[in-house]
Ligand binder design. Structure first.
Ligand SMILES: [Zn+2]
Ligand SMILES: [Zn+2]
Length: 314
C-alpha cells in the first residue's frame, strides 16, 4: 500500500513538473548534412564478436561531431565492459568523442547498479582515460573512480540545450515509475538537412508521445526518425527475476496488475504514425520480441533493425 501512495504522490509531482516546463521555440535551428547512429551497446547484434546486454550506448555522429548517448549496463562489472569491448571491436576510440549525453540515471544507461546508486557513470570497470569533454545529464552526476577527469565539465540541466550545430537535447520529461520512483529522462534531437529531426531516445520512460510533443513545440520541423528505447516489455522482458518481468514491473507508472500492455504499444505507434515519421528503429534492450514484431508489421519499410555494430545512416 505504501508503494501505491508513493506512486500517486510521484505521479502528481511528475504531472505538475511537466505542466510547468514551457520552453520558447528554438529559432533558426542549424542542420547537419549527415547523421549516423552506431549502437555500441544494446540487446541484439548480428556480429559474432560483439557483446550484447540489456543496456544502451549509441555513438551518434552528426557531421564531424560525435556524441555518445549513454554508457551501457556492464551488468557483470567487467573490464573491458561490453561497451569498451565493442568500441575496440568497431574501431571507436574514447578520444573520438566530443561529448557524452546521459539520458537518465538508470543502471542500464550509467554503466552499472553501483553507478545508479551513487549517481556516477562508468565506461568500464577498469581505468579509462576519459577525455576533457562535456557530459550532459538531467540530474547531478559525477565520474566514477574508473574514468575520473576533473577537467570534464558535467553540465546538469533539465532544460533543452544546444550541444553542437544541429544537435540538441530536448530537455528532460519526468515520469513516476512503480518502485523506481520519480524519473527524469532527456532525449537527443538531430536536425538533418532536407529531412527533419531524428529523435534518439534512451529508455523512453517519458513516453514517445511526450517526446514527439516536446520536439514539435521546440522546433518547427518534421520528425523524420525515432531511434532507441521506448520501453515496451509486453509479453516478455529482458531482465527477468525468475518468472517476474522486472522491466514491466518497475517501468510502468501504474500498479503491477495494470502494467505496460498492448494498448500502450498501440497508442505509441499511433502517435509515431500521426507525426508521419519516416524511419523508426526500436531498441530491444527494454522492448520484447512481441513489441518489435508489432513495430515491424506497423511500419514496414520505414522500420530498421537496431543491432550492435550495424550503423543506421541517415
Ligand atoms: Zn533502459
Ligand atoms: Zn530506464
Amino acid at each position: 500500500m505504501i508503494t501505491g501512495v508513493k506512486l500517486m504522490v510521484d505521479r502528481r509531482r511528475a504531472e505538475k513538473a511537466r505542466n510547468e516546463r514551457e520552453y520558447a521555440p528554438i529559432e533558426h535551428p542549424e542542420a547537419v548534412q549527415s547523421l549516423t547512429v552506431l549502437p555500441l551497446v544494446d540487446y541484439l547484434s548480428d556480429h559474432p564478436e560483439a557483446k550484447t546486454e540489456p543496456g544502451v550506448s549509441y555513438l551518434v555522429k552528426a557531421d564531424d561531431f560525435t556524441v555518445l548517448l549513454d554508457v551501457g549496463y556492464n551488468k557483470k562489472g567487467e573490464h573491458p565492459s561490453p561497451l569498451l569491448h565493442n568500441m575496440n571491436l568497431f574501431g571507436v576510440n574514447i578520444n573520438d568523442l566530443d561529448a557524452v549525453f546521459i539520458s537518465h540515471h538508470h543502471l542500464d544507461h550509467l554503466g552499472g547498479a553501483r553507478e545508479q546508486k551513487n549517481h556516477t557513470f562508468s565506461i568500464s570497470h577498469g581505468p579509462v582515460d576519459f577525455p576533457s569533454i562535456p557530459v550532459y545529464s538531467p540530474l547531478p552526476l559525477e565520474h566514477s573512480s574508473y574514468n575520473p577527469n576533473p577537467d570534464s565539465d558535467i553540465r546538469v540541466s533539465l532544460d533543452p540545450v544546444k550541444i553542437a550545430p544541429g544537435v540538441y537535447g530536448i530537455g528532460s520529461i519526468p515520469r513516476a515509475l512503480y518502485l523506481m520512483g520519480y524519473t527524469e529522462e532527456q532525449a537527443l534531437a538531430v536536425n538533418v538537412a532536407g529531412k527533419g529531426l531524428v529523435l534518439i531516445i534512451g529508455c523512453g520512460h517519458q513516453t514517445v508521445e511526450r517526446v514527439i510533443e516536446r520536439a514539435q513545440k521546440l522546433f518547427d520541423l518534421p520528425i523524420y526518425g525515432v531511434i532507441g528505447g521506448l520501453h515496451f516489455p509486453v509479453h516478455g522482458g529482458r531482465i527477468m527475476l525468475g518468472p517476474i518481468n522486472l522491466q514491466a514491473l518497475v517501468g510502468a507508472d501504474r500498479m503491477p496488475w495494470n502494467s505496460i500492455n498492448e494498448n500502450d504499444v498501440r497508442k505509441s505507434i499511433q502517435a509515431i504514425t500521426d507525426a508521419d515519421v519516416k524511419l523508426i528503429s526500436l531498441s530491444a534492450h527494454d522492448s520484447s520480441d512481441w513489441s518489435i514484431d508489432y513495430f515491424k508489421e506497423s511500419f514496414g519499410s520505414a522500420y530498421r533493425d537496431l543491432l550492435v555494430g550495424t550503423p543506421i545512416n541517415i
